[in-house]
Design a protein around this ligand. Structure first.
Ligand SMILES: N[C@@H](CCC(=O)N[C@@H](CS)C(=O)NCC(=O)O)C(=O)O
Length: 225
């Protein structure tokens, strides 16, 4: 979500990361989660407030931002294809989460390490290659704008693929080095997206949250190979 806002040059407030003294921070996020009256109840972050709209689920937020900031095609076919790719990336991110929390999100990783190791092997050997192979097919099938998943312009799906590949490289550096060798278009897409001026500026800023072991993409060396 942040990548889309940054790529669009949008004016936004990152509520959860703001200072409590300014009325922001986690308490403000929790208040929005409880928000009633005029807003749809939200299940989990992230969610975006845009005027009278409160939108949850990354894919739905990006559907909105894609339209608002021209980060998606206008045609029905193009919009649906972009959203299909996004939802597949959502599935991939969900599976990346389940590697370190295969039994329950309510348990610590340390309490489910045996199952995590099994899940990690399957994720590295079968699931990442299947997803990355699909992105490689999409990119390889394009005759023009080879560093874009959809059409000639940047879409939110490009930004999400960048984030997914970046996170997977952080979490599974050894496996990803091997997998990306066999997926040159995905590797080139990642480099090209990282070189866009607004993305360069964002990645170098404090607005970019470094990957860490509380997030979705976690680096536990014992889960990589
Ligand atoms: N599919 C959702 C996932 C959202 C999600 O997992 N949010 C996390 C924190 S970033 C959470 O609070 N989950 C609480 C829960 O699932 O109970 C999306 O793409 O936005």
């Amino acid at each position: 979500v942040r990548l889309a806002l940054e790529a669009a040059g949008a004016d936004y407030i990152d509520v959860a990361r703001g200072a409590q003294a300014d009325g922001l921070g986690v308490p403000a996020l929790r208040a929005l989660l409880r928000e009633a009256g005029g807003f749809n109840p939200q299940f989990a972050p992230p969610f975006l407030k845009d005027g009278r709209l409160l939108i949850g689920q990354t894919a739905a937020i990006l559907l909105h931002l894609g339209e608002r900031h021209r980060l998606a095609p206008k045609s029905t076919a193009g919009r649906l294809w972009t959203q299909q790719i996004q939802l597949t990336i959502t599935d991939l991110v969900d599976e990346a989460h389940d590697v370190h929390h295969p039994v329950s999100s309510a348990l610590y990783y340390e309490d489910q390490k045996v199952a995590a190791a099994q899940r990690a092997t399957d994720f590295r050997q079968r699931r990442i290659p299947k997803y990355v192979g699909w992105f490689e097919r999409i990119l390889s099938g394009k005759t023009k704008a080879k560093h874009r998943l959809v059409g000639a312009r940047l879409t939110y799906a490009d930004l999400s693929l960048f984030q997914a590949v970046d996170g997977l490289r952080y979490a599974f550096p050894r496996a990803m080095k091997r997998i990306l060798k066999g997926a040159p278009q995905v590797a080139a897409h990642h480099r090209a997206t990282a070189e866009r001026p607004r993305i360069v500026a964002y990645l170098a800023s404090e607005r970019r949250l470094p990957f860490n072991e509380n997030g979705v993409f976690r680096h536990y060396p014992e889960l990589d190979a």
